[in-house]
Design a protein around this ligand. Sequence first.
Ligand code: PGA
Ligand code: ZN
Length: 412
Amino acid sequence: MEKIISVEGFEVLDSRSNPTVAVRVTLSDKSQGLAFAPSGASTGEFEAYEKRDGDKNRYLGKGVKEAVESVNGEIARELLRLSCSEQRAVDNLLIKLDGTPNKSRLGANAILAVSLAVAKANAKSLKIPLYRYLGGIVGKEMPRPMMNILNGGAHATNNIDIQEFMIIPSKSSSFREGLRKCSEIYHTLGKILKEKGMSTGVGDEGGFAPNLNSDEEAIEIIVEAINKAGYSTDEIKIALDIASSEWYKDGAYFLPKRKVKKTADELISYYEELLDKYPIVSIEDGVAEDDWNGWQALTSRLGREVQLVGDDLFVTNTARLKKGIAEKSANAILIKPNQIGSLSETLDVIALAHKNGYKTVISHRSGETEDTFIADLAVAVNSGQIKTGAPARSERVAKYNRLLLIEKDLYK
Ligand code: PGA
Ligand code: ZN
């Protein structure tokens, strides 16, 4: 295996115009990998630490100069001493070097970008596509897009409390066909909003962000768009990311935009009503990251009929997923590599999930870049589902376009 001969960090911008860490790794055969750290807005409390300078004179305190300096200094120095570029060896070294449980010394943004860049450089060196490098000959399932076409919560300045309203094509479609249908529905939704005199401005993940009379009206308009685009709700389903950790305070849920208060039980009953009325197949973060009792109740009441995804609950963390498995909380996990901060740990939590019958959804962050790593990752681990926003805004579309190329490679 090749040796790492250079590790270079850069401060670049993400899709929200906030600085993020980019890393370029070069191997002894001159193969290079370039990777970027993404960044969340509705971040989970238990995520690995995203290191920002806090210097108010630069980028309003959001600079990542220090994280980049540790890539170019300490991290580069240690990696150049390694005799190979094997992923586990690299990631273990980075974790040990950081020395904290949540990567707070060097920053998970610095560590993840290095970890992903090493994987890309190794794939180049072996002259195989990244998905093949990550998944071997076993990784070949095209994911279905869970496409966020209407934004609310912390991702938009409208009056909608639920963060994400997504559409999902049925399993029978190829990726290409599914993407086409979803894109047509996205356009149709824009047209409907325009006809109703509503805003067609978009939120952080490219979905529309109109003001509506209720969160339910958002689902109704989406169903209208599905039908108007010529599809039925048998072939296109709906998924929600409630992101309810954002609402949770002192054991209750305060919906900040509508100014409503609900208990976990009332929230679950509300989801039951929605499930009766609409073709919803997946609910993410239906209750909060700290509300383990709420998660047990949610899972025992709805877990047989719908996918219940833990995002803030699990934060791509093996220890938290183990607790969830033991307590029968959720039946799926959202996978965001920057929540845990290295590729090896990301692959570990995916393997644990699959072994225990939990589904996985590979996911972007609301702050993204042109990096398409998660597209290859989704295919490599046969996740079957990917969340990467609306089919608009290039940082989202880049992942869809990468998947189109992968599908072509795999299935002609
Ligand atoms: P975030 O949102 O990237 O802002 O955390 C994505 C999500 O909650 O799934
Ligand atoms: Zn989420």
